[in-house]
Design a protein around this ligand. Sequence first.
Ligand SMILES: NC(=O)c1ccc[n+]([C@@H]2O[C@H](COP(=O)([O-])OP(=O)(O)OC[C@H]3O[C@@H](n4cnc5c(N)ncnc54)[C@H](OP(=O)(O)O)[C@@H]3O)[C@@H](O)[C@H]2O)c1
Length: 421
Amino acid sequence: MRYISRLPLDSPLPWPRRVAIMGSTGSIGVNTLRVLDAWAGRLGPYPAKKAGEFIVTALAGGRNIALLAAQAERWRPPVLALRDADGECGVSALKQMLPPGYRPEILVGQAGFAAIAARDDVDVIVSAQVGAAGLRATVAAAEAGKVICLANKESLVLAGPLIRSICARTGAVILPVDSEHNALFQCMTGRAPEEIRSLVLTASGGPFRGKTREELRSVRPEHALRHPNWSMGAKITIDSATLMNKGLEIIEACYLYDMPVDRITAAVHPQSIVHSLVELKDGAVMAQLATPDMRLPIAACLSWPFMLENAGIAPLDLLKCGPLTFEAPDTEAFPCLDLARRALAGGKTTELNAANEVAVERFLKNDIRFLDIPALVHTILETGEGTPPSLAENPGQSRAALEDILSRDARTRKQAAAWRA
Ligand SMILES: NC(=O)c1ccc[n+]([C@@H]2O[C@H](COP(=O)([O-])OP(=O)(O)OC[C@H]3O[C@@H](n4cnc5c(N)ncnc54)[C@H](OP(=O)(O)O)[C@@H]3O)[C@@H](O)[C@H]2O)c1
């Protein structure tokens, strides 16, 4: 497999593994801590003693400081981070919620997240903040040569070529938490790149599978938030309903596996049992099947390249799954898949991501309608020139490229906020 990182066969990581969870208060963050809890026989408070243990060195939340404080009480990491310095979700409010006698270092905002990702006492970061908010920490971890369990696909959509070039220079390892990419990773491990003909990403189809454009006109946020198979954060749930999630994942797969976009397809598989497939050059197809539970890919990343025992995931009973079906995505009713391909071809994936994030936020606030999401993204992609891939041969170039990407992100957000149907 030709991968974003140089992946040594032997583990580059010592035991115990010191983990920082960025976005610990979100769906992936909470599931990560559930995995660590399930392995708690080998875990302990900081610092742990035995090989095979994980140490939670840092937890970074956003604004849900009550949950962050509860997680901190359980795991006692020496470092915490949160989004705001002041106010009801700020540092003083968090301090008041922490147990007596426990005085962690508390960092704030994007600079704080990046500082955690680069710390010497962190081996692994779980990048699980949502959207562009996760980019700085992912890039900082890549610069510091860490192992990155990447849930934040938006990092690669915004800055795939930059992150690729940093990983090549520093030896940072990116492991895919996204269930589809983790499935591909498992199906491809041990394969030579020339043996792989194509990748097939499966998609549940979301709550509106089978609906026509006409029927989609009247759907509201509360309908779109009802995902049939997965319990996830609001943004990715809406992305699943529009199929933008699959578009973002196609871009993610291109950058992770250095695969041309015309060799990556999507198939709607409503049961979410087959998590993705790899077509080999002899015509065989490898698939990974499992109960839809994000703890599985999270556990696979945390323990890579070893496999630790089941972290509480229900085993798959094929006889109870019912028929497994596959169908082509309806790109007329759900144009976001094609918009993502077009953005990739035109060098506008940063703009795609920013426009989509703003469109989703506006939809959730009932400011625009469901079908306005692709319309807004389409308008943004029609304006301006694409940008050649940003690369970085040294940390200085990396900083400049990151700032350039973030200023394009900010510019696009303004345009998207001003868009009118
Ligand atoms: N959920 C899944 O099953 C799943 C599957 C595959 C990939 N992913 C990817 O994983 C990432 C996280 O998804 P999720 O479903 O876990 O999202 P989520 O439940 O909405 O959680 C997002 C996390 O990011 C934090 N956050 C939000 N805005 C922030 C900001 N401006 N600054 C700092 N932190 C911020 C949140 O903090 P607070 O809540 O404390 O404010 C929370 O901890 C996304 O990139 C998603 O595409 C998720």
